[in-house]
Design a protein around this ligand. Structure first.
Ligand code: SF4
Length: 338
């Protein structure tokens, strides 16, 4: 019988060591002397606790563009749309899944002391403020930031207190594995997050069906359905939401039909959600190399067939003009006004 991660137990255990609520501190990855440091194109900044990431719209002529978070940030910051953007990235040091293609070495996902430190959001913003040529886009990444959803809330409050809430665009990742946003924050907290004007969140769907999800994350297949339950709640709340999907799979039987079902499922949450969903191409580099198996290697090829099916589905369902919209301009039908 397949052995799956105990991801709920892991999330609880990691939360206990990754947040200090009374002192408003979060366990943040220290990139210095870590396996991730050697993969960075520029050295870590912010005293070792940050890194600058260059997001690029087009990396592969045979794969759909990735406009995230370029377009939402440009729209919010009132900048012309561009093909690259720099972001200040901070990572929290825990995640309750173990995607085989994760570019973060697994020792940086279990909150070990050698690679992390408790930091307040004030300390992080101080470090960012001290950087020359600092990006106006701050990406709270992971790890899984939503194991400690207070991190996003506290960062918003800190930026507001410093009158930086109109200067900085805040972006965060959510792998849709925990409901702590709903159980650890109050209604008032959630309303603050919802109505914060310069914020976008990307939710990562780790497959297009339960089998591909489990193959990618090592979590139980039933957690695939849970991703949609959590995503629906966020859509209904009215955040400025975007999605990534990874399409790596071992199983190509009835691939077109499975992708069609996946698109239906997104549309059941919001009819325009597929237009805010970006397929991410998985590539092998850094720590991924050592995690390859024959099945994973095959899945790298299979994702190309899956993305063709995805593009065909979108072409069939949406007009040329809808598909040409900037992702930040695609209306979520259910989204409440800020
Ligand atoms: S959910 Fe994200 S951070 Fe966690 S293992 Fe997967 S890719 Fe890595």
């Amino acid at each position: 019988m397949a052995q799956y991660l105990q991801s709920e137990e892991m999330a609880q255990r990691y939360r206990a060591k990754a947040i200090d609520v009374p002192n408003q501190r979060i366990l943040i990855t220290d990139f210095r002397n870590s396996g991730q440091e050697e993969d960075l194109s520029v050295p870590p900044n912010c005293g070792g606790f940050g890194r600058v990431r260059h997001f690029v719209r087009t990396r592969d002529a045979n794969w759909p563009n990735n406009p995230l978070p370029i377009d939402p940030a440009c729209r919010a910051l009132n900048l012309p749309f561009q093909d690259k953007i720099r972001a200040q990235v901070f990572q929290n040091a825990v995640c309750n899944w173990r995607c085989w293609y994760c570019f973060v070495p697994f020792p940086l996902l279990d909150g070990r002391k050698a690679h992390s430190q408790m930091m307040s959001v004030g300390q992080l913003i101080d470090l960012w403020s001290a950087e020359g040529d600092r990006p106006r886009l701050i990406d709270l990444s992971g790890g899984q930031p939503e194991i400690v959803p207070e991190w996003i809330l506290w960062t918003m409050r800190e930026l507001s207190a410093r009158n930086l809430d109109q200067e900085v665009y805040l972006w965060s990742d959510d792998n849709l594995s925990t409901d702590y946003f709903w159980t650890c924050l109050t209604n008032e907290d959630r309303e603050f997050v919802r109505s914060y004007p310069m914020y976008g969140r990307v939710c990562c769907l780790k497959g297009f069906d339960a089998q591909s999800f489990s193959f990618n994350t090592s979590a139980g297949p039933e957690e695939y359905d849970r991703q949609f339950v959590l995503l629906r709640r966020l859509v209904e709340l009215g955040l400025d939401l975007y999605c990534y999907v990874t399409l790596t799979t071992e199983d190509t039987v009835n691939l077109e039909a499975k992708i069609s079902t996946f698109v239906d499922r997104l549309r059941s949450l919001d009819e325009n959600l597929p237009l805010r969903t970006i397929p991410l191409k998985i590539q092998v580099f850094g720590p991924t190399q050592n995690r390859l198996t024959p099945g994973r290697t095959a899945s790298l090829m299979n994702q190309c067939s899956a993305v063709d099916a995805w593009s065909n589905e979108l072409e069939r369902r949406y007009s040329t003009s809808s598909r040409a919209m900037h992702v930040s301009d695609v209306p979520l039908v259910s989204r409440r006004a800020v």
